[in-house]
Design a protein around this ligand. Structure first.
Ligand SMILES: C[S@@+](CC[C@H](N)C(=O)[O-])C[C@H]1O[C@@H](n2cnc3c(N)ncnc32)[C@H](O)[C@@H]1O
Length: 167
């Protein structure tokens, strides 16, 4: 399932970013990024009790999170269930499962459906031009890390003025 997980430090940093950018009472969508959802639920990130988070995932093991779980297959980008309204998330954080243009194009459809405005995308450096074209994002100085070696250069991208841009 193309599963490789963030280091704890990266999951924490991304969760902190999502909380800050969602704001009090904000809604966060974790799209194929379950480590960030888990971090938000651990109660260790300041302010996480003031946001709500939804995990959109293909791996049904995450259905243990009950109503917070939405089954998501990027091959059917808008098949999200009747309960998921358009533009209902203050920030969408996404980590597409594959480094391909077809996958990013499909994931971008879901992001554009879900997001009110803010997008935080984590994917390979090779996707930079297409990510910019599809989502209007720019590459951050902050570099996400994983709990094991990932051979491709990996980056974060945002479409809003973020602290991640500079560090
Ligand atoms: C590259 S990993 C990203 C995980 C992220 N680094 C984290 O730590 O949370 C890709 C994610 O996409 C999910 N995935 C696999 N196949 C998928 C599909 N067909 N549609 C949507 N998501 C999928 C995996 O279960 C995994 O959570």
């Amino acid at each position: 399932m193309s599963q490789f997980w963030y280091s704890d430090a990266t999951a924490t940093r991304l969760a902190e970013e999502a909380v800050r950018e969602a704001g009090d009472g904000g809604r966060i969508a974790c799209l194929s990024a379950p480590s960030v959802y888990r971090k938000l639920k651990q109660g260790t990130v300041a302010g996480s009790e003031r946001v709500t988070a939804t995990v959109f995932e293909y791996d049904r093991r995450f259905a243990v999170h009950g109503d917070d779980f939405v089954f998501y297959d990027y091959n059917e980008p808008l098949a999200l269930g009747a309960g998921v309204a358009p533009r209902s998330f203050d920030i969408v954080l996404a980590d597409p499962p594959y480094l391909s243009g077809a996958c990013l194009r499909a994931v971008a459809k879901t992001i554009n459906y879900l997001s009110k405005a803010k997008v935080l995308l984590c994917t390979g450096a090779t996707m930079e031009d297409l990510a910019k074209e599809l989502l209007g994002v720019e590459r951050c100085a902050f570099t996400p890390t994983h709990d094991r070696n990932v051979s491709n250069e990996f980056c974060c991208y945002v479409n809003y003025p973020s602290r991640l841009l500079s560090c």
